[in-house]
Every structure is written in structure tokens, then in C-alpha cells.
Design a protein around this ligand. Structure first.
Ligand SMILES: O=C(O)CCC(=O)C(=O)O
Length: 255
């Protein structure tokens, strides 16, 4: 794993300016193959007994009627391999620089975006979900497949992490229960086009989104959220999120 040079001050300056930062070749080809094999094991052995809150399926089936996983949540809570991966010292060292203090893992997950049926991720700021004060938190998004315009790469708005938190409302999208309500027109968005093993970190206030995947190339990502130990959760804002998430979960289960 290559989580950047020892002196990360240039990377930190860029991250502070843009709200996101690309790390090329974070994982080697061998590490990518290992993580993919571990995810297959997880889907085979652990996913069948997960609570419905910790696995989200794509709504749309493939032409043969089978369904694909959209998200696996809390991998680190269910499995030792992913807990150890998320807590690798070289990532925690980089994370501490980016969150301005001692860093801890908030959660490890996948955003699968499978070929043909991968669904949209509407515009949002992650802190609408996390509700952290101060927002010293970021997401490490690791490409396990090529991530391209065609298969639904993530788009970021540079500098948006320095703005206000936008109001968020129910999105109707299982796996991304909320979307930003008042998204300014003509955003200057940057697509994160990545090769397998590349990664991007984004600040929890950075506005971002991704398109559906209608291509025949899957776009699998391992995603780990890191926050500073000094962050606190705003209880009122957290309750707003919980209400939206449980209403969506209940509607889906009863469909
Ligand atoms: O993978 C995607 O398409 C979206 C990821 C995302 O929204 C996130 O990691 O916060």
C-alpha cells in the first residue's frame, strides 16, 4: 500500500483547497486481487446472515432476473479482514494529517455500481449523514475496477467543502436515503476517473454524486470513512437522518 510520502504537507494543502485528493496506485495489483477475493468470500459467507440494514441490493434486476449487491455496510464490524484493512497504520497516519488530529475508522463499506444496473447516487454531502462537529472527517474511496465516465465515476465540486451544509431531503434511493435539496446550477464538477488501485479522499462536506452504470463494465469500490477522535455528533441533526433512513427502509421492506 502506498498512502503517500512521509511528508504529506503538499497533499494536505491541496485537499484543504479542493475538498478532495487523488492518490494514484494506493493498492498494488496483488492487493486489489486480494481485496476482491475477500469481498467475494464476504458475499458468499457473511452476507446471507446480515441484517437488512447492512446490505442493499440494486432495485433493478439483471436481464436473467438475478439481483446484484449495491452496498455492503459496516464491513469492519462483521469481518476481521476488513477491520484490519481499515486500520492499517499507513492509512491511519495519512488520515491523522487530513482530519487534524488522531483518526479512527467510522465504517468500511462498498459502493458496487454493478454493470447494467448500477444506480444513481444523488448529490449529497456526507456530513448530512454523519452530523459531525467539527467536520474533521473524510471518505477514502478505493477503485477496485476502472472508474470512468461511462461506468459511473464520482463527480466532485472543488471547494464545496468550505461552504454551508445544504438542506438534505429524502431521495427515495435505497442506500443513499438523502439528497441535497438546493443544488446550485452550473456546478463546476470534476470527475474522478481512476484506474484500479487508485483512490480518492473526499471531505465530508464536499458535494458529490455519481451517475447510473449502464455500461458492461462493473465499477466496484471499497470505501472507508475516517473521522477525528475529537468529533462529536450533533444529536438533533442525527435524528433527522435516522427518521428519513428508517422511513425509506420500512417502505422498501413492505413493498
Ligand atoms: O461510489 C459512489 O458512486 C458514491 C460514493 C459516495 O457517495 C461516498 O462514498 O460518499
Amino acid at each position: 500500500m502506498n498512502a503517500g510520502p512521509e511528508d504529506l504537507s503538499a497533499q494536505k494543502r491541496q485537499y484543504d483547497e479542493d475538498g478532495f485528493l487523488v492518490f494514484r496506485s494506493l493498492l498494488s495489483p496483488g492487493e486489489i486481487a486480494e481485496v476482491k477475493a475477500e469481498l467475494q468470500r464476504y458475499e458468499r459467507e457473511i452476507a446471507p446472515s446480515l441484517p437488512p440494514t447492512d446490505i442493499v441490493w440494486e432495485k433493478e434486476p439483471l436481464p436473467d432476473g438475478s439481483r446484484r449487491v449495491r452496498n455492503l455496510w459496516r464491513l469492519d464490524k462483521h469481518d476481521g479482514y476488513f477491520a484490519a484493512f481499515a486500520n492499517r497504520p499507513e492509512i491511519l497516519r495519512m488520515a491523522a494529517v487530513m482530519v487534524n488530529g488522531e483518526a479512527e475508522v467510522a465504517g468500511a463499506e462498498t459502493f458496487s455500481k454493478p454493470a447494467l444496473v448500477g444506480s444513481v447516487v444523488p448529490h449529497h454531502q456526507d456530513n448530512a449523514y454523519f452530523n459531525l462537529v467539527p467536520p474533521d472527517c473524510f471518505t477514502l474511496w478505493i477503485a477496485l475496477d476502472p472508474s470512468t465516465i461511462e461506468n459511473g465515476c464520482v463527480y466532485y465540486v472543488p471547494g464545496s467543502h468550505n461552504g454551508q451544509r445544504l438542506p438534505h431531503v429524502a431521495s427515495g434511493v435505497l442506500g443513499n436515503s438523502m439528497k441535497a435539496d438546493q443544488v446550485p446550477a452550473n456546478l463546476n464538477e470534476v470527475p474522478a476517473v481512476l484506474a484500479p488501485g487508485d483512490a480518492v479522499i473526499h471531505h465530508c462536506m464536499a458535494l458529490h454524486r455519481s451517475e447510473p452504470n449502464r455500461s458492461t463494465q462493473s465499477r466496484l469500490a471499497l470505501v472507508i470513512v475516517y473521522r477525528a477522535k475529537h468529533c462529536k455528533v450533533d444529536p438533533e441533526a442525527a435524528q433527522y437522518y435516522r427518521n428519513i433512513a428508517s422511513a425509506l427502509q420500512a417502505a422498501n421492506v413492505s413493498q
